[in-house]
Design a protein around this ligand. Structure first.
Ligand code: FAD
Length: 569
């Protein structure tokens, strides 16, 4: 029997360790294996991906390519610059491919894309093999075990998971890889045989096209940011499987940290190093296997015994949240990332209630849909010039580095939606989509729904104050001083409320609290904006508006809500 000629299509799995799909490809004992990655126009042109995420992706690709070459000097990660839906059918034939193997993806766009590719493979007589490997359990199987419903809590996820059996142990990385075959790009032999190539003009044009599929050097190589025409990224975080495994080793060496990790006790204000693992961008690109992480942690927890933390606060508990959002998205489909058409996401009329009746607690006054003021608040939130130093520091860290701590994400998401601006969570999720290194459609939308109390979480009276919440973690405001250098020398008393600092204190600290953010210099010793609103007032307005919306939509109630009180987190 002729030996297999396999295309291994890397997508969400930029690694060699613990890859069930790669193992399935190698189990075919192929004569030829082409490790490829396709530049997909959807991600290149349509998805909002900032420069930092691009750089992280290139790091992962370069590292993977080098690891492949170590196993076979003739091979590397071959970059194909064309939409997979169109390029794969052409190369199936031109390269004599027998099998296409890839890791299963449950995000909405890839599901559609993969269906097109699978149909084309069928037509070409190419066998498609897929394996789940991006989550602890196969998300579709979780949904089936959850009665076809989305998992809306980690308990539901764990119960469904139990029915599927224990999480698989990771698979070792391969120790060798087959040679890649020839990679002709002259697709002209698709021309009906016997017909002369009379259209030489067209052929020349097509040749240029082929050249571009293989990149400017014609060798399918990975380009740098500069070669891609991008300015340099600003993140200090570097990607790649080698780095991910080293970071995991370092974390696992600290057995106490790993075994007793409790998310609510990790500080959002700690930096260099941060208080949590910062493994999320590696998980996003598949440079680190989720099961590798799970079992490294679980083995340490089992060995540690008494005193080890447990889900949901523990480190493995965090991974359950990730799987929960993936399975929720797998059940709900493309509508998961929006309110419209998503039955599981509560509708809140996000706009700008201007007043609250202090006696009845009900919002009154005009409602400004798309009000210019809300737009201005949104822009100030996005650019880190709200005049609330805690929020501004976090948003500046996000833009510069592409990662912020989970409770930092809580703070800015609550502030933008139900705990300050009363702006639609989808707008915040778009900003996160652009800036996060770890942007994951399911986790991003799911967490925004959680924070805006539109799904997963309903206790909307629990709010994050941009003043008292950070004080619990960082009395001196070191995190703010780092990210908001304008306030570097301000006394700790005013660091979270600089507008309260008397002029003399401002002068001594070399900063003037003035203006609306447009003139904020972002430099030490210049100006810093006044807060864009009175937070206490906004908190009351938002609370009353949420209460009204929940009641109007019959979303259930809560004792605390009935009192009209709020609780600071
Ligand atoms: P650790 O605390 O070390 O946790 C280990 C891993 O568990 C993480 O790497 C991550 O994969 C997973 N995890 C932890 N918390 C969550 C959670 N709440 N939801 C899902 N997975 C979790 N996470 C993303 O991976 N991609 C996103 O696009 C994303 N968007 C978010 C948006 C908002 C508004 C909020 C509040 C949270 C978001 N998160 C997202 C979840 C969480 O903040 C990050 O996963 C976490 O901060 C990553 O840092 P870490 O690796 O140090 O996490």
């Amino acid at each position: 029997m002729a030996k297999a000629r396999v295309i291994y299509w890397f997508r969400t799995d930029l690694r060699l360790h613990d890859s069930p799909a790669l193992k399935a490809a190698l189990d075919l004992d192929p004569e030829i294996l082409w490790p490829i990655f396709t530049w997909d126009p959807y991600y290149v042109y349509r998805a909002r991906g900032g420069l930092n995420r691009w750089q992280f992706l290139l790091d992962c690709q370069n590292d993977l390519s080098a690891s492949i070459t170590k196993l076979n000097p003739k091979s590397k990660l071959f970059l194909l610059r064309e939409a997979p839906q169109t390029v794969l059918p052409k190369i199936f034939k031109a390269w004599g491919v027998t099998h296409l193997v890839f890791e299963k993806d449950t995000d909405s766009y890839p599901r559609e894309r993969d269906a097109v590719v699978e149909a084309a493979a069928k037509t070409a007589g190419v066998q498609v093999i897929t394996r789940s490997g991006r989550t602890l359990w196969d998300s579709d199987r979780i949904v089936a075990k959850n009665g076809g419903k989305p998992t809306m809590s980690t308990t539901q996820l764990q119960n469904a998971g139990k029915k599927l059996g224990p999480i698989d142990r990771p698979i070792a990385a391969p120790s060798s890889l087959p040679d890649p075959g020839e990679m002709p790009l002259d697709f002209e032999h698709e021309r009906p045989s016997g017909k002369p190539d009379i259209n030489s003009e067209r052929r020349t044009k097509k040749d240029t096209e082929y050249q571009s599929i293989a990149g400017p050097k014609g060798d399918f190589s990975i380009e740098s940011m500069e070669e891609l025409g991008f300015p340099s990224a600003t993140t200090p975080h570097k990607g790649g499987e080698t780095r991910a495994l080293k970071l995991l080793d370092d974390i696992a060496k600290d057995k106490k940290y790993t075994a007793t990790f409790e998310k609510p006790k990790t500080s959002p204000a700690q930096f260099e190093p941060q208080s949590t693992t910062l493994l999320s961008p590696f998980l996003h690109f598949g440079a680190l296997s989720i099961r590798e992480l799970y079992w490294r942690v679980q083995d340490i927890v089992d060995e540690y015994g008494k005193g080890a933390s447990s889900p949901p606060a523990s480190l493995t508990g965090q991974l359950f949240f990730r799987d929960m959002y993936f399975a929720a998205q797998a059940a709900i489909g493309p509508k998961f990332t929006q309110t419209h058409g998503n039955d599981h996401c509560k509708f809140i009329p996000w706009h700008l209630p201007s007043k609250v009746d202090s006696k009845t607690g009900v919002t009154t006054g005009e409602y400004h849909i798309d009000s210019p003021e809300a737009e201005k608040w949104f822009q100030r939130w996005k650019t880190g010039t709200t005049g609330f130093p805690w929020i501004d520091a976090l948003m500046r860290q996000l833009r510069q580095e592409g990662w912020i701590h989970h409770l930092g994400r809580h703070s800015v998401a609550c502030f933008l939606t139900r705990g300050g601006c009363y702006i639609d969570w989808e707008r915040g999720a778009e900003v996160f989509e652009e800036y996060l290194l770890d942007h994951e459609p399911a986790c991003n939308a799911g967490n925004w729904q959680w924070l805006s109390c539109t799904a997963f979480f309903t206790q909307y009276f629990r709010m994050y104050s941009p003043i008292s919440f950070p004080q619990k973690w960082d009395k001196n405001g070191d995190f703010v001083r780092h990210w908001v250098p304008e306030l570097k020398n301000l006394s700790a008393k005013y660091i979270y409320e600089p507008w309260k600092a008397p002029l003399l204190d401002q002068k001594q600290a070399g900063v003037r609290i003035t203006g609306d953010g447009e003139s904020s210099s972002g430099e030490q010793g210049k100006t810093y904006p006044k807060p864009m609103f009175d937070f206490g007032e906004r908190r009351e307005i938002c609370l009353a508006a949420m209460k009204t919306a929940y009641k109007a939509n019959l979303y259930g109630d809560d004792d605390r809500v009935a009192d009209g009180s709020w609780a600071d987190l």
